[in-house]
Structures are given as C-alpha cells and as structure tokens.
Design a protein around this ligand. Structure first.
Ligand code: NAD
Length: 490
C-alpha cells in the first residue's frame, strides 16, 4: 500500500481521495505537504489535500509522455467506450458528486445536481465525437500529387480549472482531450479539489490506463504550471479562469509554442430592447444573473434596459430577487448559497459600496449579513452609471446592476463597451430585431430570449479579452487535434 492509499476524506458520507493521482496511483505529494479545504457555508474544515510540488508535476509529465503514444493509437472506439463508462459511473454517483460539490463550493444541491448533469453531458458528447474524427483525401490542381490529410492528437496537455464549476470545467476539457487521444494533467482550483478527485476516481474505475490522466491539486498553481510549461514535452495548455492568469500562461506558452485554449473572464451584458416581453426578460435575467450565485463567467454582469420598459422591468425584477432565499446549499428551498470565500465576498461588497458612492441606488440586498459563512445577499442596484467600476469589472457575485438606455442603439453601444466578449443576452419579441442585435453584439455567444447558453453540443468560448478557442460542440475536440498532410507522388 502506497502512502496515498490512506489519504481519504469522508464528506457527507462519500469517501474522496485526497492524494495526487500519478501514473495510475493515488499518492502523497513528494514533499508530504497538504492544504486545507473548507466549507464556505459553515467555514468548517473538510479535508487536507496533497499539495503537489513542481517535482510531482514533472513526474506526472513523465507518465503522460510515456503513455501518449499508446493512448494516441488506442482505437477511437475503445477511447469512446471508456468515456461512456465514465459517463455511466458519474450518472450512478451523481448524488455523491453533488454533495461533495456543495460542501466545497457552496451552491445549492439542486444546482450541484444540475452541474453534474450538464458536466457529464460532455463525457457523453465526446464519447460520441471520438469515433468521428475525419481527415481527407484529394489531389492537387495539377493532378500530380495525392493529398492525404489526417488528424493526430496534440500530445500531453495541461488542463487548469477554476472553482466555480468544479466538475463541468473539468469534463469539458478532459472529455475532449481523451477523445482526441491526448494524455492529460489536471490542475484543479485549490478551493475545490475534491469534486475533481471524484471525477478522476470515476475515470480510473472506468479503466483509464496509467499515465493517461494525472491529477495535481496544489497550493502552488503558478509553480506547477511554470514547471510543466517550461518542458517541451508538454504540447498544450487549456485554461479556464481569469484573464490576468490567462495572459501569463499565454506568455509562458510562447517559449515552446504550446497550443493554447483560454476560457477567460467576461462582463456579459443583458439587453432588454424596447419591444421585449418584460416577463420573459425578468425570468431570463434572474437565471443569467443569479445562477451559481452570480459566480459564473457567463453571468449577466450588466443589465441594460430600454427606457420605455425600465420601470416595469425593474419593479418586477426587484420583487423576484427579494424572494430569493439565501442560505446553506444543503437546506431545502435555498436559491443562493455562500460565495466561495470571504475574500470574494469582501471584493463584491466593496464593488457595491463603490457603486453607491458613484450614485447607484440599492433596491434590495446590499449589506453583508451577520452570520457565519461567506454570504452575500442577492442585490439589485439601479441608476448605475456605465462608467462606474462595477460595470467595468467582473462582479462574480449575486449582484445585478440595472442601467437605462435611451434607445436600442444606445443599449447595444453600452453592451459592447468592454474589453471582454464572452456572452451577451438580448430580449426582443421581434425575431428580426433580435437577430440584428445578436449580429451587433461583440461576443462569442449570444442568448436570445433566454438567460442560459451553455450546452455540451455547442461551441462555448469568447472573443476579445475573454479568450481563445472553444469547448464543446464540434469545435471542442479540434482544440486537441493537429492536422497532418501527407503528399503522395502519383
Ligand atoms: P483564477 O484565474 O484565479 O484561477 C483559475 C485557475 O488557475 C485555478 O486552478 C488557479 O489555481 C490557477 N492559477 C492561479 N494563478 C495561476 C498562475 N499564476 N499560473 C497558473 N495557474 C494559476 O480564476 P478563478 O478565480 O478560479 O475563477 C474565476 C475566473 O474564471 C473568472 O474570471 C471567470 O470569468 C473565469 N471563468 C471563465 C470561464 C470561461 O469558460 N470563459 C468559465 C468559468 C470561469
């Protein structure tokens, strides 16, 4: 029995491995270090998790490099079936996944179950994609050469994920990479490493060969990624997180010209055009803003309403937000859990206070409650100036800002006035008007008359400072494939 065998935490009745997963085994970190994981609702200590060192990272890369050739040559059907087995195991264990996810991240259990279902769709989707990777055959225009085009896996890939969707941000990278034939090294967010450990356990139980998947929880994210990216055997980095960290990684990827996919921050507008159905817009805004407690890259950061509908929209929206229940995600009927930690909660409180100082009005919420846990109440601010800090930074919390625009054109101009371009939402009862607005909006994704766009079968990703590349859809697997052209003389 290796030391790591004994590293198990029991969370709400579910056993979770707390080691690193290296070359097919759960092991302790080389230096023996660990870090604590806490429940954001109760502030209780949940587990101590192994903290990988840069040397552990290189061991993971040794294993990933050794396994790459064989994994890349494993028949696509076999890779597909492995992903499908993992999908079935996750489905079977969804209650355990949801309990651990809520314990370490805080979202209500119903939302955790939703994330498990959504996240697992990527496993099913990519199991179906694995067997559909095609090349081409043709001849050059002069007819003298046959052109054969084939697709090959990029190679060992580093996958770095954030804390806000601890499972789904993993499955949409891992599913695509494994389907394409890449070996992977996963670096989960230090705030939420336990859900990823359950995921890796499911992959291991599904029969993933040693070295194909490595898991490196660590307190030293920068040191781990730097060590791996300085090694030319690593061929790809896929990152979901803040634009600030994404920029650092892109600079590091330049040294060995590593392929890069970047799912970065957003500052999503939700635009209510003058001809919108107000009830539908209120419903959409609630979902787009308050799902995941607002801690989502595709959250509606700025609600921009045509002045003709502003009062009706705002009154109805405020009423609905007032009815949202704040509490421990394990309690029945809770809509908004705690924020991920006190630092994030304090940052959001500061943004709200700043907006008020800049002239905004608090219609509901707006004050840190006196209770244990990193809670912030669902909040609506009106009269928010587009220039205020809160409209120009990702809020990442349960705070909605409402700004009034004099016309549809002005609303779209305000919507586009940001360096980000991940998602935008537009509400209109006219299909032509809505499509016109969707065309004008500078974003990788647009939701028309709905507050949710994520779908395993659709390409998720942003433009401008929101990133490079797409996850899910047909594009997702492309991120892990190289194109090889072979010229054959006739
Ligand atoms: P973050 O950038 O702080 O961390 C993301 C990951 O990067 C974590 O695993 C972290 O440990 C690691 N990391 C931190 N510093 C690093 C460094 N110097 N080098 C290498 N890795 C490092 O982001 P976060 O706070 O965990 O997540 C919130 C951010 O993620 C928001 O900006 C949000 O918009 C973004 N996000 C984007 C998407 C998307 O698909 N576009 C999805 C979810 C979240």
């Amino acid at each position: 029995m290796s030391m790591g065998e004994s590293m198990i935490a029991v969370i709400d009745g579910t056993a979770v491995r707390t080691g690193l997963f290296l070359d097919g085994e759960w092991v302790a970190a080389g230096a023996g270090g660990t870090f604590g994981v806490f429940d954001p609702a109760t502030e209780e200590h949940l587990a101590d998790v192994a903290s990988a060192t840069p040397e552990d990272a290189i061991r993971a890369l040794d294993a990933a490099s050794r396994a790459q050739k064989e994994w890349g040559r494993t028949p696509p059907r076999e890779r597909a079936e492995l992903l499908r087995r993992a999908f079935a195991l996750i489905e079977e264990r969804r209650e355990q996944f949801a309990a651990v996810l809520t314990a370490e991240m805080g979202k209500p259990v119903t939302e955790s179950l939703g994330e498990v279902a959504y996240g697992n769709e990527f496993m099913r989707w990519f199991s179906e994609q694995a067997a559909h990777v095609n090349g081409g055959f043709g001849q050059n225009p002069s007819g003298q050469t046959n052109i054969v085009v084939s697709r090959e896996p990029v190679g060992p890939s580093l996958l770095i994920t954030p804390w806000n969707f601890p499972l789904a941000m993993g499955t949409r990278k891992v599913g695509a990479a494994l389907a394409a034939g890449c070996t992977v090294i996963i670096k989960p967010a230090a705030l939420t490493p336990l859900t990823m450990a359950l995921f890796v356990q499911a992959l291991s139980d599904a029969g993933v060969p040693p070295g194909v998947v490595g898991l490196l929880p660590s307190e030293r994210a920068g040191a781990i990624s730097s060590a791996l990216m300085a090694d030319a055997r690593l061929r790809k980095v896929s990152f979901t997180g803040s634009t600030a960290v994404g920029s650092i990684l892109l600079r590091q990827a330049a040294e060995h010209v590593q392929r890069s996919s970047m799912e970065l921050g957003g500052n999503g507008p939700l635009v209510v055009l003058g001809d919108a159905d107000v009830d539908a817009a209120v419903e959409g805004a609630l979902i787009a803003k308050f799902r995941n407690g607002g801690q989502s890259c595709v959250a509606a950061n700025r609600i921009i309403v045509h002045r003709d509908l502003a009062e009706r929209f705002t009154d109805a929206f405020v009423e609905r937000v007032r009815a949202l229940r704040l509490g421990d995600g394990r309690e029945e009927g809770v809509d908004i859990g705690p924020m991920i930690d006190r630092a994030q909660r304090d940052r959001v409180a500061e943004l709200v206070d700043g907006a008020v100082a800049q002239g905004a009005t608090v219609r509901v919420g707006g004050a840190v409650p006196a209770r244990t846990g990193s809670f912030y109440p669902p909040t609506v601010l009106t009269g928010v100036s587009p220039e205020s800090t809160i409209c120009n930074e990702e809020i990442f919390g349960p705070v909605a800002t409402v700004t009034v625009a004099a016309s549809d054109e002005e609303a779209l101009r305000l919507a586009n006035d940001t360096p980000y371009g991940l998602v935008a939402f537009v509400f209109s009862q006219g299909i032509e008007r809505a499509l016109w607005a969707a065309g004008e909006l500078e974003a990788g994704m647009v939701g028309i008359n709905r507050g949710l766009v994520s779908d395993a079968a659709a390409p998720f990703g942003g433009i401008k400072a929101s990133g490079l590349g797409r996850e899910g859809g047909d594009a997702g697997i492309e991120e892990y494939l190289e194109t090889k052209y072979v010229a054959i003389g006739k």
